[in-house]
Ligand binder design. Structure first.
Ligand code: SAM
Ligand code: SF4
Length: 415
């Protein structure tokens, strides 16, 4: 039986903008602006995958693999990251393609990160309630995002692979109480909702659930899936547009910000808001998988196809400024994204700003929500805005797709 109660006595404090962090941020933003491919600065946001094990088996994500101890990051690797990178990063996000809260050592990892006074962020399925950890995170004004794909209990259990609404509500009540006890801004708690044809009818109710539980923000992301998947939003754009409008309206009535992490489809994207080249992740983000492989984007956590080196064989600096990472930055500068990084094309077709503004403050202007836009979607002929597959077809051409082909045409159509 795990006990987190000793965590209550550990002193922690909110983010500290040390001189080292301030200088690193200034330099990193300047290097991004100048599209440098070799960087003097270090990442501003670090995603640490503590585990790839999960207590649930959500159908859009995985198929209930058995727990494997080898899928947990070793303490040695975590310590190495903490020593080397936590002093210069602003944001440490301790989730990966798994569920961090199921680790017995989770509380200790949180305490270790907070000893560096970073902005600590967690994305969790909210099924494991660890009140002392929540208390510690909220004392340090951390950010917790809870994944909620339905308000209807049966649908929730189906989409969240065995999770339940009562367990979610218990965790949420504890988090909200810790947030308010420690005077943390309300928006440090938010929902992440994955939209698909399976839950469009319940989307507005998820917003009401957030209102009822005192969570002020719901960020909706379209389900990433193959186009063959019958639940893919592309198969019913009318219903998708109506459901997003209804969720936005419900949020306005009930005081919830309904933010779109990405447009539901390229043909429903607000052209001038789609992430403008170049995406800052290859300059400012780094993620480390449980096994030490290093990548550049929080959206590409699951697979080592998208990593650029491994800390078992190289130093972080060798990977961060290695030939592969430099080529990737170059590709984002010119817009010719190689097939290996095809998901980046999806970004340029339909992603908006999510929480990048936590490290690049000017990115806040790229948010799309029911507060910033009266209509949260903009409908165009889907033939003009083709779906951009996450993974290129096996027999597809090797050709590079210039970004303009995707975003340029979209913006022209709007002008
Ligand atoms: C992979 S999970 C890991 C963290 C934690 N286990 C959770 O569920 O919140 C991170 C986020 O990715 C979302 N996600 C999983 N599969 C997805 C998919 N196919 N398309 C879009 N988002 C997905 C989850 O709902 C969750 O909000
Ligand atoms: S979405 Fe999260 S909770 Fe669901 S299976 Fe994936 S990692 Fe686990």
């Amino acid at each position: 039986m795990r006990s987190d109660s000793e965590l209550l006595d550990i002193p922690v404090a909110p983010f500290e903008l040390t001189e080292r962090r301030r200088r690193n941020q200034e330099l990193n933003i300047a290097e991004y602006r100048d599209r440098a491919v070799r960087l003097e600065s270090r990442p501003l946001a670090l995603f640490v995958e503590l585990t790839q094990n999960c207590n649930l088996s959500c159908p859009m994500c995985r198929f209930g693999e058995k727990y494997q101890k080898e899928w947990n990051m070793t303490e040695e690797l975590y310590e190495r990251l903490a020593d080397e990178l936590f002093p210069s990063v602003h944001l440490v996000d301790i989730r990966g393609w798994g569920e961090s809260t199921m680790l017995p050592l989770f509380g200790r990892h949180v305490a270790r990160a907070l000893s560096y006074r970073v902005k600590l962020r967690l994305v969790t399925n909210g099924q494991i309630n660890r009140p002392p950890v929540w208390d510690m995170m909220m004392r340090a004004h951390g950010l917790v995002t809870i994944s909620v794909d339905a308000a209807d209990p049966e649908l929730f259990t189906k989409l969240r692979g065995g999770g339940t609404i009562p367990r979610l509500e218990r965790t949420l009540a504890e988090l909200v109480s810790a947030r308010d006890r420690h005077g943390v801004p309300r928006d440090h708690l938010s929902f992440n909702t994955v939209a698909s044809l399976d839950n469009l009818h319940d989307l507005a109710n998820v917003v009401s659930l957030a209102a009822r539980m005192d969570v002020p923000t719901v960020v909706i992301h379209p389900m990433v899936a193959s186009l063959d998947d019958p639940s893919h939003l592309r198969h019913d754009l009318d219903r998708t547009q109506e459901a997003y409008a209804a969720a936005a309206e419900r949020g306005r009535r009930e005081g919830v910000v309904v933010q779109l992490g990405a447009a539901p489809d390229p043909s429903l994207a607000i052209p001038e808001m789609v992430r403008r080249p170049a995406c800052m992740h290859p300059w400012s983000y780094a993620y480390v998988r449980y096994d030490g492989s290093v990548g550049f984007c929080d959206h590409l956590l699951g697979s080592d196809d998208y990593t650029l080196g491994n800390l078992r064989d190289s130093t972080f600096e060798e990977i961060w400024n290695g030939e592969r990472w430099q080529r990737l930055r170059q590709a984002h500068t010119t817009g010719d994204i190689p097939d290996q990084f095809a998901p980046c094309r999806y970004t340029y077709a339909q992603r908006y700003i999510d929480f990048e503004y936590l490290v690049h403050p000017d990115r806040e202007a790229g948010l799309v929500s029911n507060q910033t836009h009266r209509e949260v979607t903009f409908r165009r002929d889907p033939r003009e805005a083709p779906s951009v597959p996450w993974v290129p077809a096996a027999d597809g051409p090797e050709a590079l797709i210039p970004l303009d082909a995707v975003t340029g045409r979209m913006r022209e159509a709007r002008d």
